[in-house]
Design a protein around this ligand. Structure first.
Ligand code: HPA
Length: 243
């Protein structure tokens, strides 16, 4: 079984014979849709909840990753919409990032706490799994969707968007795209020992980088288009990972 965490832009991800299961983990409940994609079993989670009730800083990432671990998924593909900070990430472009910087604060960012004292320091030099990244990149070729093969994802706290100065700082830090949801998710996946990679779609330029003010209607339109391309990539990637 392959795990899938879908972010903004996805109102549904078509699985056959699907059923929704609430998994009661040691870190809270997570709702998982389990079904088939052709013959591959998929456990899919709407990161923001089916009714989009979790804002980025409220996503129950520990419960979501713990649920995928309990289901013994072989690998996890996650999607995220982002603001573009570099030329390769102009709105509409898709990237498989290879690095991440965590700018969030106050989120439950580890499974290691007083109730669950599991003293482990995990290696996070390469935050994304090489095989899952490769499956996404190959799937992009197969689906004829261009995917940029590197980039540093900046994870900000949100839910507000950034100031122009914050965006300039992220660029000086070497970030290529900015989103609000990949952390602590990616770190928790590493703690859980789950191979995890991220497929990002740029839906706007970072604040202050475009001449015009952010246009939320336009962002919604680009998000739909990006989600369509992501779906075309995810399907063959899931099949490849299940081999
Ligand atoms: N900033 C942070 N998160 C985002 C953005 C952005 O500009 N666009 C989509 N997610």
């Amino acid at each position: 079984m392959i795990g899938l965490i879908v972010g903004s832009g996805f109102n549904d991800f078509p699985l056959e014979q699907s059923r929704t299961q609430v998994i009661d983990t040691a870190y809270g409940e997570a709702e998982v849709v389990i079904g088939l994609l052709d013959n591959t079993r998929v456990a899919s989670i709407y990161r923001h909840g089916a009714d989009h009730r979790y804002a980025p800083h409220m996503v129950p990432s520990r419960a979501q990753i713990a649920a995928l671990k309990e289901l013994c998924v072989k690998a996890v593909i996650a999607t995220a919409t982002v603001g573009g900070l570099s030329a390769d990430n102009e709105p509409g472009h898709l990237t498989v990032p290879d690095q991440i910087i965590d700018y969030t604060s106050g989120r439950e960012n580890t499974f290691w706490d007083a109730a669950h004292p599991t003293p482990i320091h995990v290696d996070f030099t390469e935050p994304f799994d090489a095989k899952v990244r490769e499956a996404l990149l190959e799937a992009g070729k197969e689906a004829k969707v261009y995917l940029f093969n590197r980039g540093t994802y900046a994870c900000t706290q949100g839910p507000r968007l950034e100031t122009a100065a914050e965006i300039r700082r992220l660029i000086m830090d070497g970030c290529d795209m900015v989103g609000m949801t990949a952390m602590p998710e990616a770190g928790l996946a590493r703690e859980a020992g789950l191979p995890y990679a991220l497929l990002c779609g740029s839906v706007n330029w970072g604040a202050g980088l475009a001449d015009k003010a952010l246009d939320f209607e336009q962002i919604q339109l680009v998000m739909q288009q990006v989600a369509g391309h992501m779906k075309n990539v995810i399907i063959p990637a899931i099949h490849a990972l299940d081999q």
